[in-house]
Design a protein around this ligand. Structure first.
Ligand code: NAD
Ligand code: MG
Length: 385
């Protein structure tokens, strides 16, 4: 079997770097044909020098010059700008595009890749939250697959293999609960940036780490699961599992439950998505159950962390409302990270924006992006008061 040629969008991020490690581990099976980076050109150059992709994409001419200065080979293409990301995502000869750009920046390249006949390995959950209907329709139209990289969805994907969706009773997403799982509610207003960025089980980019602390990450994942697996939001539940060993579960109509387990290392789901349907022996560490000792499960504190109910509400309203939820959350997280507001303001702003957002169907990309823009402006306004 020859190597699968893969484009990595967001190669300098946490997921992108894990994907590069998988590629280095399995050079006969995974070949990186393209990479994009956004801010850190030295890091992009170092990754490119190691894996020698034929195509790279960067935001502008200044970044291109900086990148070229760090490269020790001449790639066939260096694309620039948003258009450059779209061209990279459509690279001839690549079979699959790993989308690991944080936030909604991955949306257009994902649609372009599907249109160009690529399969998608999807890390950027925001893409499905914003435009799940459009992205799933584009995949169906082109007969392409969307392989989930998010660990929960990758787990469910594995548990569902060989099973029929009509036999599924519910999906159970596990959540670590984040750093404030056991904190008293009245302490949350004084939470610092550093405390919120200290995730107990996963090392990830800043945005998703804050989302894990508010539980919006799990809220976004409920909506992501709804699109990936075609189930109603009422069939998607959440349970807190602080050890992050069980990555998610599927309960079938007969009451049996299948779970997928591994260490909390994103190379597991990334490797599975990049090499599916193969399972390959790499360098990933095995679980030693006797050393784990025990696994705990508990009910989420819905009253203290409103993100789960807000996401359920947005999914129930449907149309452009999940796009508004996602956009408001992106703005609120950026405001919190910039030190301009208190931690609980994140969900207060999202709730405020949802109240202001009119219901409308997600008919096309323009409609969805307009709702995204309106929600961003509303969130900025609410954050300023
Ligand atoms: P990160 O912040 O570490 O990396 C983000 C990447 O996107 C970087 O390569 C950056 O250069 C690029 N980028 C940022 N803004 C961009 C823009 N406007 N245009 C183009 N590129 C841009 O983030 P991450 O933790 O790797 O997460 C990436 C995505 O994967 C997120 O959507 C996140 O929710 C999802 N995800 C991450 C993890 C994880 O363990 N890190 C797990 C599950 C899902
Ligand atoms: Mg996840």
């Amino acid at each position: 079997m020859s190597a699968r040629r893969i484009v990595v969008l967001g190669a300098t991020g946490s997921i992108g770097r894990s994907a590069c490690r998988v590629a280095k581990d399995l050079p006969d099976r995974v070949q990186i044909a393209g990479m994009s980076g956004f801010r850190n050109m030295a890091r992009l150059a170092a990754a490119a020098n190691e894996l020698r992709p034929e195509a790279l994409a960067v935001p502008d001419a200044a970044a291109e010059a900086e990148l070229r200065a760090g490269l020790d080979y001449a790639p066939a293409h260096i694309f620039t700008g948003e258009e450059g990301l779209v061209r990279l995502a459509s690279l001839p000869g690549a079979e699959m595009v790993l989308v690991a750009i944080v936030g909604t920046g991955g949306l257009r390249p994902t649609l372009a890749a599907l249109q160009a006949g690529k399969d998608i390995a999807l890390a950027s959950k925001e893409v499905l939250v914003v435009a799940g209907e459009l992205v799933m329709a584009a995949a169906r139209r082109g007969g392409r697959r969307i392989l989930p990289v998010d660990s929960e969805h990758n787990a469910i994907f594995q548990c569902l293999e060989g099973h029929e969706v009509r036999h599924v009773k519910r999906l159970i997403l596990t959540a670590s609960g984040g750093p404030f799982r056991t904190w008293a509610e009245d302490r949350l207003r004084a939470v610092t940036r550093e405390e919120a960025l200290r995730h107990p089980t996963w090392r990830m980019g800043e945005k998703i780490t804050i989302d894990s602390a508010t539980l919006f990450n799990k809220g976004l994942e409920m909506i992501e699961a709804r699109w990936l697996f075609g189930l109603g939001i009422g069939s998607i539940d959440v349970v807190i599992h602080p050890q992050s060993i069980v990555h998610s579960m599927v309960e079938f109509v007969d009451g049996s439950v299948l779970a997928q387990m591994s260490h909390s290392d994103m190379r597991f789901p990334i490797q599975y998505a990049l090499t599916w349907p193969e399972r390959l022996a790499g360098s990933l560490p095995p679980l030693e159950f006797a050393r784990l000792g025990k696994l705990d499960f508990e009910e989420p504190r819905y009253d203290v962390f409103p993100a789960l109910d807000l996401a359920r509400q947005a999914a129930g309203r449907g149309g452009v409302v999940p796009a508004a939820l996602n956009a408001a959350n992106e703005v609120a997280v950026a405001e919190f990270l910039a030190g301009r507001m208190a931690f609980p303001r994140i969900w207060e702003i999202v709730a405020g924006v949802l109240d202001e957002t009119p219901d409308a169907p997600a008919t096309d990309l323009e409609t969805v992006l307009a709702a995204d823009g309106a929600a961003r402006r509303a969130a900025q306004r609410l954050a300023a008061v």
